[in-house]
Design a protein around this ligand. Structure first.
Ligand SMILES: Nc1ncnc2c1ncn2[C@@H]1O[C@H](COP(=O)(O)OP(=O)(O)OP(=O)(O)O)[C@@H](O)[C@H]1O
Ligand SMILES: [Mg+2]
Length: 254
């Protein structure tokens, strides 16, 4: 794929819940290798947008072209198999399983082994090795044998990212990676997300309310308000945009 071809392209995406328009003619393109943010007030439709991109919700109208294929309305597992990963606003992990098993199951699924009744032991070994590598990259290897519910909130969010990474995504969507974290944890997570983006050769699209994280990480920032794309630009352009300041950023940035 050439640099000029977007990895993800949304075109006229629309979604309503009853009378409520939550995605209103949203169009934008994400280029391969980009790290970009989606910001906007609570209820702006950010998570709902992710839900449509990852196949958890079917858009009413519009196209979602991922890697050259329209994936709008496709089942999530197909979209994941095409190379899209996602970590959730509330960490989606198996609380009663070990930290390692959380990523190991995803590694096995990536190896295509989950539906085979008889599996060579070597596949488990490969999945274990890969799982431990991923935990290492997240700073969680020391907790591999712990139950996931024993992890602190921030580490549970990282484990959710680990599960997504185990599926080898080219595009990773993160829904509020630093939510619920202390300022210090947010700082560490910001650095970690940047490192993961580089080390795993990702195209990364994240939703975030913490503006230090947004402006510290994103090359491009998109602003949603009431389901509509209010603005798109570089961090400097977004920070200086009067409409964005009025709608969301307020005096924090002004
Ligand atoms: N399944 C659903 N059925 C009906 N309404 C929904 C559903 N999911 C979301 N909504 C509504 O859609 C709107 C957008 O919600 P969404 O969760 O996408 O916002 P958000 O921008 O992610 O907000 P936050 O920053 O608080 O996470 C809200 O008004 C929400 O109540
Ligand atoms: Mg949300």
């Amino acid at each position: 794929m050439s640099q000029a071809t977007p990895l993800l392209e949304l075109d006229g995406l629309c979604k309503t819940f009853g009378g409520l328009t939550v995605t209103d003619q949203v169009s934008f393109s994400v280029m391969p290798g980009e790290i970009s943010a989606i910001i906007g007030p609570n209820g702006a439709g950010k998570t709902t947008l992710f839900n449509q991109i990852t196949g958890h919700l079917k858009p009413d109208r519009g196209r979602i072209v991922f890697n050259g294929q329209d994936v709008a309305g496709l089942p999530t597992q197909k979209i994941v198999a095409m190379g899209m990963g996602r970590a959730f606003q509330v960490a989606s992990i198996f609380l009663g399983e070990s930290v390692l098993d959380n990523v190991r199951v995803a590694c096995l699924s990536k190896l295509g082994q989950t539906r085979r009744p008889f599996r060579p032991v070597s596949e488990f070994k490969r999945a274990t090795t890969r799982g431990l590598e991923i935990l290492e990259s997240l700073g969680l290897a020391g907790y591999a044998a712990r139950q996931a519910h024993e992890l602190a909130h921030g580490d549970q969010k990282l484990l959710d990212i680990g599960i997504a990474l185990a599926l080898d995504p080219v595009l990773l969507l993160l829904d509020e990676p630093t939510s619920g974290m202390s300022p210090e944890e947010r700082h560490l997570t910001r650095d970690l997300v940047h490192k993961l983006w580089k080390d795993f050769n990702l195209t990364l699209l994240f939703i975030e309310h913490d503006m230090d994280t947004v402006f510290g990480l994103a090359q491009t920032v998109r602003v949603l308000q009431s389901g509509r794309l209010l603005a798109e630009g570089s961090p400097d352009e977004i920070r200086a945009n009067p409409e964005v300041i009025t709608a969301y950023l307020g005096e924090e940035v002004a």
